[in-house]
Design a protein around this ligand. Structure first.
Ligand code: SF4
Ligand code: SF4
Length: 384
């Protein structure tokens, strides 16, 4: 049995939502329908030719589609490339590597055709001729479903190749830069973007949302989330409206157990704790995780013993112990020099740290401050 930070056990069958079909509860929450509809052409899963790149950009922007894997970056901004930059590959991230989250897995299983069509739209808008799905090898059924959808709706128009690459189940396989390296063998440079190596990455749910906008004129007002954890009576996957509260979503899953103690939005590795059950589900919320008292126990931080485990664990090749020194001492120049902005906040370093140092918390704060300082410097340079 593998234990993750915050005490979650991967092999706990009760918490395995892989076999739980998506339950649509979007119609029964207290949020009124916006009635908002995007005008669309009559299209089907094989009518990519009906959409020009400009149409797709407009659609994606009007539908309010953002990266649904966590970052929340507006999708149309990712699709508009600066002069002289081109991408040849769209990567669809189907890894969902954090333990317990199965929302994208269910989506790939239940709506693979939509995801393939959405991927085609995004590829056409970005000018890429190749689409690669990256899916971890613990999601064999999803691999089968996506491959079958590709066979039924093969590459067309400006797209030459659509393929599925099965990747080892390894955290954080779904990190954008890690995924690009696993699939293309290319390393995104420090401070760079995927387009610097000719790729652009979208989450499977984002591709599905693009298809919903194009085929049904539906903006991004709903999403699939996994509601799970030892503090939830009946863990499952739900389709909810954006804005549904944590309390409402958990109630659809039988409510909380008597020993529920902590709610996290996101997975056990990268999620953020929330203190108010009225916190809404956002476009980037993939999971509501409720921990019991035992799992939510906080450990006391002790001094770094220079064991170097965090360095070995860091997937981006950083030195978390040195980074933490800079961040703790509020030496932001040191943190910047140690490339804190390359930290993907995966939590691997904190997971292995025997001194229980909450390294990621230091890095999150340091990233915000370093980004603000860099911006200030750039503004000053422009003024002078
Ligand atoms: S959270 Fe830790 S392990 Fe993950 S990228 Fe940042 S420094 Fe590296
Ligand atoms: S794992 Fe923890 S104790 Fe070991 S070097 Fe890194 S920060 Fe220090």
């Amino acid at each position: 049995m593998k234990t993750f930070p915050r005490g979650l056990h991967v092999d706990d069958n009760k918490l395995d939502t892989k076999d739980k079909p998506i339950k649509d509860v979007a119609g029964v929450v207290s949020i009124p329908d916006t009635g908002c509809q995007i005008p669309v052409k009559a299209a089907n899963l094989d009518s990519l030719c009906q959409f020009s790149a400009k149409d797709i950009l407009h659609l994606v922007e009007s539908a309010g589609i953002v990266g649904m894997g966590g970052a929340g970056f507006p999708t149309f901004k990712k699709l508009v490339l600066p002069e002289g930059i081109a991408v040849n590959t769209v990567i669809i991230n189907g890894c969902e590597c954090e333990p317990y989250i199965t929302a994208d897995y269910r989506l790939m299983l239940e709506k693979p055709e939509r995801i393939v069509f959405g991927a085609k739209l995004l590829a056409k808008a970005s000018g890429a001729s190749k689409i690669i799905f990256g899916i971890e090898d613990n999601k064999r059924e999803a691999v089968k479903a996506v491959k079958a959808a590709i066979r039924e709706h093969p590459a067309e128009g400006p797209i030459d190749i659509i393929d599925v690459v099965v990747l080892p189940t390894k955290y954080p396989q779904g990190g954008e830069k890690q995924l690009i390296q696993s699939i293309t063998g290319k390393e995104v440079p420090s401070g760079g973007l995927p387009r610097d190596v000719g790729a652009v990455v979208f989450n499977a749910a984002t591709a599905s949302a693009a298809a919903d906008a194009a085929l049904d004129g539906v903006p991004l007002t709903k999403r699939v989330i996994t509601v799970t954890g030892s503090g939830v009576k009946e863990p499952q996957n739900l389709l909810v409206k954006i804005g549904t509260t944590v309390a409402e979503a958990v109630n659809y899953c039988g409510g909380m157990t008597a020993d529920a103690a902590k709610v996290i939005l996101g997975g056990p590795m990268m999620g953020v704790a929330v203190s108010d059950l009225n916190t809404p589900v956002e476009k980037t919320t993939s999971c509501i995780l409720v921990l019991n008292e035992r799992e939510a126990k906080l450990f006391e931080e002790s001094n770094c013993i220079r064991c170097g485990r965090c360095i070995k664990a860091c997937p981006t090749g950083l030195m978390p112990n040195f980074l933490a020194e800079g961040a703790k001492a509020k030496n932001w120049k040191k943190a910047d020099k140690e490339h804190v902005l390359d930290c993907i906040e995966c939590g691997c370093c904190a997971y292995v740290c025997p001194s229980r140092i909450p390294l990621v918390q230091y890095f999150k704060k340091a990233k915000l401050i370093v980004t603000a300082l860099r911006k200030k410097q750039a503004d000053n340079a422009k003024r002078n």
